[in-house]
Design a protein around this ligand. Sequence first.
Ligand code: UDP
Length: 383
Amino acid sequence: MAVDRVIVAGAGLSGAVLARELAEAGLGVTVFESRDHVAGNCHTARDPETGVLVHVYGPHIFHTDDAEVWDYVNAHARFMPYRHTVRTTVGDRVFSLPVNLATINALFGLDMTPDEAEAFVRARTVQPDGPPRTFEEQALAMIGPELYEAFFKGYTQKQWGVHPRDLPAAILKRLPVRFTADDSYFPHRFEGIPKDGYTAMVASILDHPGVDLHLSTPFDGDPDAAHLVYTGPLDAYFGHRLGRLGYRTLDFEHHRAEGRVQDCAVMNFGDVDVPQTRITEHKHFAPWERHDRTVWTRERARDCGPDDIPYYPIRLVREKALLADYVALARSETGVTFAGRLGTYRYLDMDRCIREALDCARAILAARRDGAPMPVFSAPPLG
Ligand code: UDP
């Protein structure tokens, strides 16, 4: 198919990288974004009163092992070194996350060495028959009941709105458990925060003469489009005609204060009866800046209604069955590639969005060159 013009719906990370790569290859790209800013949920904005750079839709830390992706973001932003650590409040005590030697010693009131702590925790784990299938089985198999109940059970119930025994094991596998003093949240080779924020970085990605960007303009179908790259919610593209894919949404309450309110960027709250999941204090993401005042954000999760912003795909049994039906519908469509977190209904870290967008742009260009069918998805949604 001779495609010279592409429409990209959505100017988040996936849409921006796809638009840029297709424009670099000589295609004319029109981008429609319904919000009044680019960068999707990694949008950052300076608070006009305090000057603090705020992660408007929740904390985003860039971390990756993918050298090509790291080079890509560094070509569009000045990244400052940053090492993310997290604390969690349980009862009236504060612990270090992810679970590490200090966490284990503090919870059990002991002073163990790494080897002793490992043997101690292993002795408390509960192994299921066969591989762990649920979040709860995975947690009990990895860390045993005490650590699970203190740090994961209540938090996960609040975050996902269901009991951990009804969630897949994969969610917990995102977090490391260590028996050393290393309290880095992410185990990756490259980690940093863009000095001027993610919105400036995404604006730079979109800054190409072949890209025509329309903010505050929802995509509304375009009869002339030779090809559409759609990064909005898969079910929304089809007018939710089979039903709604479940998401959790987040409520953010932003506050200003003098000085600072906590000594870390992110404080989690493990107790189920404390409504917030976490409090973010934004200036800790930019230790190279000085601010007398502060901005902090209380975050809560709940089920996503029709007018809410979708954040976390739920992907339980019901959603997976519905997803399979939408995937079949998408495969019968021509002229559309569904891309990114919402287009493929998966929870994706930022580096993964960029990796998949780069690969998807290459697949689109190869199909165009070979006269082959365009990719339907940037990555398999059911994988
Ligand atoms: N989690 C938890 N307690 C915590 C932090 C995380 O139980 O204090 C669980 C929770 O189910 C969460 C998952 O681990 O969804 C993955 O955590 P991560 O920090 O990757 O979540 P994100 O920051 O991406 O929401």
